[in-house]
Design a protein around this ligand. Structure first.
Ligand code: NAD
Length: 436
């Protein structure tokens, strides 16, 4: 199939590349000319494991192209995928201005039998509004489908190639069949291809993210209680997870969720509730709990240092909102950095992939270290925000030697409390008793 993929970010680039990899001819479009120039030169603008090799292979095979020319990409395409950003607007709802700019821009060039497929996460009613807008611009009924994306940054290629399910929302069953063919190479393990109305498909994406965000805020709330009452959340987690109705997935306490999806999608769903006249009590709580949880390491550090941070130096491991990505949008680490800098602390930071994005915000206000252990040299304590694999088993004797004092604030429960006690650390973690 000939496909135009409009919006070449985390989702657009992965989607376009994976469709090209199964033999389709894909043209990725973006308004960011620097990004397109990089991609045409074989440079990948984001860090995503496995992506570079796939982009290079499919570009060399002539199946994957990059351009800023929307008209040229759309005029031959059977499917025009929309993957532009839908960030949070001032009122909490999704800001669809990029999407509408693309819809208006592509309308004059759309082939009569082509389908526009919305991959971006968009509020219920966006498919219908796209249909109405295209009818107004073209004078005919155009096919508009919804195909929300469930991939995770850090495992995006794998998630796309082996999805748990594919959801499509269509009005015309023929468009559904075309999308079924497109996805057939990715569903050979009999995972379901679910066809529904555009409204249900649009809502499915928000409900999935709201459920995941709720699980995180749920376990974080329980962790905070467990910590106060004298238990260990890890034991509680095991105790509940073996119940098959509950399970273990996505129930790890930490420093709160971040990224470009959960925060904005929870708020956009709140806005949909409000529009529907229903008070989104539960979602408000999920959001409030998360904002507080992003301060949890800061609260523990404030207690330990009695609020006196001036003249102190801290090492920070992990800046991305989660491992295996360079994405720092709404990352909890930024809350810690902002507050510690404001209180007069000096910070030495390390992240395997996200340091450049952090440098673009903070410049020389931070000291950037290439290696985790080097980050500790001369620091008064270590604070951990992201559970990158390389932080799990450092040489703890070396950690102790390098720090000015053996103090760790662990936002991801990476280490065994007993071991930390034996080694003489002061060790704060989440939902567990502090080792002193
Ligand atoms: P992103 O910010 O990485 O990429 C968006 C791209 O769209 C940018 O490259 C931008 O330059 C481009 N763009 C903006 N306006 C444009 C225009 N008028 N014409 C052409 N290109 C334009 O965003 P993302 O993380 O890829 O997210 C895209 C959508 O997918 C969002 O709706 C998001 O909620 C959803 N989504 C994201 C993820 C994720 O993990 N990142 C997962 C599932 C769904």
């Amino acid at each position: 199939m000939k496909i135009a993929m409009v919006g070449t970010g985390y989702v657009g680039l992965v989607t376009g590349t994976c469709f090209a990899d199964s033999g389709n001819r894909v043209t990725c479009v973006d308004i960011n000319a620097a990004k397109i120039a990089d991609l045409n030169a074989g440079k990948i603008p984001i860090y995503e494991p496995g992506l570079e090799e796939l982009v290079v292979r499919n570009s060399e095979a002539g199946r994957l192209k990059f351009t800023t020319d929307l008209a040229a990409a759309v005029k031959d395409a059977e499917l025009v995928y929309l993957g532009v950003g839908t960030p949070q607007g001032d009122d909490g709802a999704a800001d669809l201005s990029a999407l509408w700019a693309v819809v208006d821009g592509l309308a004059p060039h759309l082939k009569p039998d082509a389908a526009v497929v919305i991959k971006s996460t968009v509020p219920v009613g966006t498919n219908a509004e796209t249909f109405a807008r295209l009818r107004e611009k073209t004078g005919r009924d155009c096919h508009v489908a919804s195909n929300p994306e469930f991939l995770k940054e850090g495992a995006a290629i794998d998630d796309f190639m082996k999805p748990d399910r594919v959801v499509v929302g269509v009005r015309d069953p023929q468009v559904g069949e075309k999308l079924r063919l497109l996805y057939a190479p990715f569903l050979r393990t009999e995972k379901p291809f679910l066809v529904m109305s555009p409204e249900s498909a649009e809502l499915t994406k928000y409900v999935a993210n709201a459920m995941l965000a709720t699980k995180i805020s749920f376990i974080n709330t329980m962790a905070n209680l467990t910590e106060k009452l004298g238990g260990d959340i890890n034991d509680v987690r095991r105790g509940i997870g073996h119940d098959s109705r509950i399970g273990f997935a996505f129930l790890f306490p930490g420093v709160g969720y971040g990224g470009s999806c959960f925060p904005k999608d929870v708020r956009a769903l709140e806005a949909m509730f409000e529009r529907a006249g229903i008070d989104p009590v539960m979602l408000k709580a999920v959001d409030v709990i998360n904002e507080a949880q992003k301060r949890t390491l800061l609260d523990k550090m404030t207690e330990f240092y009695e609020g006196q941070f001036a003249g102190k130096t801290f090492a920070i491991w992990g800046l991305a909102f989660k491992p295996r990505t360079d994405d720092i949008r709404e990352a909890p680490a930024l809350v810690l950095i902002d507050n510690l800098l404001a209180a007069g602390a000096k910070l030495r930071v390390h992240d395997p992939e996200a340091a450049d994005n952090v440098r673009a915000i903070y410049g020389d206000k931070l000291t950037y270290c290439d290696q985790p252990l080097e980050t500790l040299d001369g620091a008064d304590a270590l604070a951990i925000n992201t559970e990158w694999a390389e932080f799990r088993q450092p040489d703890m004797n070396d950690v102790k030697r390098r720090l000015n004092a053996p103090v760790i604030f662990d936002g991801r429960n990476l280490y065994d409390r007993g071991l930390m006690q034996e080694l003489g650390f002061t060790y704060y973690s989440i939902g567990r008793q502090t080792v002193r």
